[in-house]
Design a binder for this molecule. Structure first.
Ligand code: GRF
Length: 218
């Protein structure tokens, strides 16, 4: 497919969502290609996975910079050198400044392991269990300065079962994440999804939800 959106993936760790995106991009009719993977952590396991897949990897170690702004200048430069159109945050554990977020406004998306706006931040699964919710899931959204907030592109729901531990629930949600993120990137890269009045609208008019809805919601 010509005109595929050049996509940079930001990671800090394991990189399983990054892998799901890399796999999706193998399809020749997929509207995005991963042109660079950048980690702020030198030892991130995801770097090895991306290298093996033949994708250029870069480390921009936040610890080597005196402040957030200096780190982001190099991050931004690395993305621009790779001629990136879109950024996917995939387990990227750095908060970004307003400048960076605005510079990439509506061109940067993130995945979060909850049904936003519930359970922003860390320890989502533990908090979901403590709250006694019966459905959890994941959300892909455009990035805004507020953490884990911004126009929602797609969500997938999974059941919370009575004996779930945070780890078991995390695993079930992660499986949904791996399906949802490629779907959301496809919608954005193809131009189907766009932001209007801080809500995502779809040019083809479809209502998008994830592939994993609790079975009794069919
Ligand atoms: C995922 O659960 C993602 O939603 C969250 O961080 C985790 C990253 O996992 N933002 P991985 O690195 O993609 O395996």
């Amino acid at each position: 497919m010509s005109g595929r959106k050049r996509t940079g993936v930001l990671i800090s760790g394991r990189g399983s969502n990054m892998s799901a995106l890399i796999n999706a991009c193998k399809k020749t009719d997929y509207p995005a290609e991963i042109v660079v993977v950048i980690s702020n952590k030198p030892g991130a396991p995801g770097l090895g996975i991306a290298s093996k897949a033949g994708i250029p990897v870069k480390v921009v170690d936040h610890k080597k910079f005196s402040d957030r702004e200096a780190f982001e200048v190099v991050l931004d430069d690395t993305l621009r050198q790779a001629k990136v159109d879109l950024i996917c945050n995939a387990g990227f554990m750095r908060l970004l400044t307003q400048k960076f977020v605005e510079d990439w406004r509506d061109r940067q998306i993130n995945i979060h392991p909850s049904l936003l706006p519930a359970f922003k931040g860390l320890n989502t699964h533990k908090r979901a269990l403590e709250a006694g919710v019966k459905l959890s899931g994941c959300t892909v959204h455009f990035v805004r300065t507020e953490m884990d907030a911004g126009p929602i592109i797609a969500q997938a729901a999974v059941p919370v079962l009575p004996d779930d531990s945070a780890d078991v629930l995390a695993k079930r949600v992660l499986e949904a994440e791996h399906k949802l993120y490629p779907l959301a990137l496809k919608l954005v890269a193809s131009g189907d999804a766009s932001v209007q009045g801080e809500k995502v609208v779809f040019s083809k008019g479809q209502t998008v939800h994830g592939p994993y809805i609790a079975p009794w919601f069919d």
